[in-house]
Each structure stands twice: as C-alpha cells, then as structure tokens.
Design a protein around this ligand. Structure first.
Ligand SMILES: Cc1cc2nc3c(=O)[nH]c(=O)nc-3n(C[C@H](O)[C@H](O)[C@H](O)COP(=O)(O)O)c2cc1C
Length: 314
C-alpha cells in the first residue's frame, strides 16, 4: 500500500480524491469512491440546502463508515452561507472551497473540525492559500476538466507549488491512470485529485450522451473557453474559463466574447465539461474499477524502486 499524508489522514487505501463536480458527483459517486478506498467528494454549485443535505446523506451511507467530503464553489457562497451550515453539521471530513474568495469561510469550517482544501492554478494562488491557512492545496493544471485557470499545466505547476508551500499538495488535471498517479506521487504530491476519469463512472450523474462523448474523445478533443458560460448565462468570474469537449458554439464565438455578451445567441446543445484526460477514458466503469485502475500506481512505483535497487546493487 502507498502511504501518504492523504491516506493517513483520511484512512484511505489509495491516495486519490474524486474531484467535486457539480451535476456529476452526487452522493452516489462520492460514496462509491470512498467505499472503494479513495476519498469521494460531492460537488455542489447552487441549490437548496436540503438538496446538499440529501447528497451528503447519500455519500455518508454509501461510504459505509469511510471518510468522504464535499466541494463548493466559493464565488457562489455570498448569500448562500446556509450551504456551509449544512456542511458543518455533516460529518464530511474534507471541504473544498475553490474558485472565488474563500478566506471568510475557512475558520468556521476548521473550528468545526473539518480540513479545508482549495484548488490553485498559479504559484501566487498557492501562496495566498498558504497565508489564508488551508490544510491542503490542490495544484490544478490547465489541462483539467471543468472550470479553473488555464495559465500553467499540471506538471510545472506541481513542481513549483511543492517548492513554494509547506502544506500537503495534491495534483489535479490530466491524471487518469495508475501511471499518472505514480508520476505525481514520485514528484512529491500526497495524491491525485481526479475529475474527468470519474465523469463516466456508472454512479456519476453525467448524461448518457455526455458519457458516450467523453469515452469517444481523444486527447486533443477539448477546448478551454469562457464562451460556454456566456452562452449559458452563468456569470463565472472572468479568470475562470472552463475546459469542455469541442463544441460548435465555442468554435463559433471563441475570440468574439465581447460581441457575444453584447448580443447573446442561445446555445443549442449542452456543454460537456471534461479535461484532456478524456483521451484516457475508453469505457464507462464502476467507481470502484476506476479506483482500482488508479491503484496500479503502486506497480509502477515498485518497478522504479526495483530498478534503483538493482542499479545500486551493481
Ligand atoms: C464535469 C466537471 C465538473 C466540475 N465541477 C466542479 C465543481 O463543481 N467544483 C470544483 O471545485 N471543481 C469542479 N471541477 C474541476 C475538478 O475539481 C478538477 O479540478 C478537475 O476535474 C481535475 O482535472 P481532470 O478533470 O483532468 O481530472 C469539475 C470538473 C469536471 C470535469
């Protein structure tokens, strides 16, 4: 077994967090990941506190005694602080507050015994997270699915963040196999934060058509843009675009965002949020199978250790 800060802190068998993905990772997916030995996070954007409570209850019962968590979008919290009360009252162990000003909420969660994570896209973001006092920093590269920054790719960001902070760091963006998990563990990450690979899990609430499109997509079939949010009329902060499968609407309007804002055209087909790791996903599988595939990281790390010991042994 691989032991890291992440596995030791949350009692995991595999150093993997399934990313919070609003509309995709409800309690069923999060609970299934936790039951399989990872740490499953419920993703929640906007909605009634009762809905969040119900998802967390599903996660808790499905996780069968294992730790689970939840991720909220920080830019949507002002005016929706009741969601935080639900989180505080739950037994979710890890709380992710990402994308927006999360500092005002960290103390309340930590006082309730929760560990707090945030996703960073630059070294400046990471330094700010350290100053705010989060427990865990997720270095999220631009190849990741869904929203975030697109300034730096996962591997350079991870190296720089590991050198810049002294709290545990997870890597996110483009990790979809045991090889990828092995790579970031070898670099010094405490584990991986994986989204796209879990979008096609049987337990994910992704639409069937979107699951088919993600499994069919190749490594170069995604695009990073703000156009899809403008088209949906969702006011994400401008520094956070989103990565989704190529989309005719995005191709038409990318680079003409001001024009689109001034004279909006309805979007006729939904966005399918996914990162470059879509090219690594070839078939829908259970969350447990995806966790098992990621756990093969151990084989790759053992092979390196074996090669090194043979080298030193002559
Ligand atoms: C479909 C989808 C929805 C997402 N929704 C959220 C969300 O609600 N909150 C959040 O913090 N991150 C969200 N993310 C981003 C993930 O937390 C994570 O940064 C990303 O999936 C990591 O890269 P990967 O997709 O290559 O594994 C989402 C990602 C995807 C693919």
């Amino acid at each position: 077994m691989i032991h890291t800060w992440l596995t030791n802190t949350f009692g995991l068998a595999v150093p993997v967090v399934s990313a919070p993905m609003a509309g995709v990772s409800g309690g069923a997916l999060a609970g299934a990941v936790s039951a399989a030995g990872g740490l499953g996070l419920v993703g929640f954007a906007a909605g009634r506190p009762e809905q969040l409570h119900a998802e967390l209850e599903t996660a808790r019962t499905t996780a069968a005694g294992k730790a689970y968590g939840v991720g909220l979008l920080a830019w949507l919290l002002p005016g929706n602080e009741a969601l935080l009360d639900v989180v505080v009252e739950s037994d979710a162990a890890l709380i992710s507050l990402s994308f927006g000003p999360y500092a005002p909420y960290v103390e309340q969660l930590q006082a309730a015994g929760k560990l707090v994570a945030t996703q960073v896209g630059t070294v400046d973001d990471a330094r700010a997270a350290l100053a705010i006092g989060v427990d865990l920093i997720v270095a999220r590269g631009g190849e990741g699915g869904g929203h975030g920054r697109n300034d730096v790719a996962t591997l350079p960001l991870l190296q720089a963040v590991l050198d810049a902070v002294d709290v545990p760091v997870l890597a996110a963006g483009g990790i979809g196999t045991g090889r990828g998990l092995a790579a970031v563990l070898a670099a010094g990450a405490a584990g991986a934060w994986v989204g796209t690979a879990f979008t096609v899990a049987t337990e994910a609430t992704t639409a069937a058509e979107a699951k088919r499109a993600i499994t069919a997509a190749g490594l170069t079939d995604t695009t990073y843009t703000t156009v899809l949010d403008i088209g949906r009329g969702i006011p994400w902060p401008s520094e956070y675009g989103g990565r989704a499968l190529r989309h005719p609407y995005a191709e038409k309007w990318h680079g003409r965002e001001d024009e689109l804002r001034a004279d909006p055209e309805p979007m006729d087909q939904p966005a399918v949020w996914a990162g470059q790791a879509a090219g690594l996903v070839t078939a829908p599988r259970s969350a447990a199978d995806i966790v098992r595939e990621l756990a093969t990281a151990e084989t790759y790390l053992d092979a390196i250790a074996e090669r090194m010991s043979r080298g030193t042994g002559g």
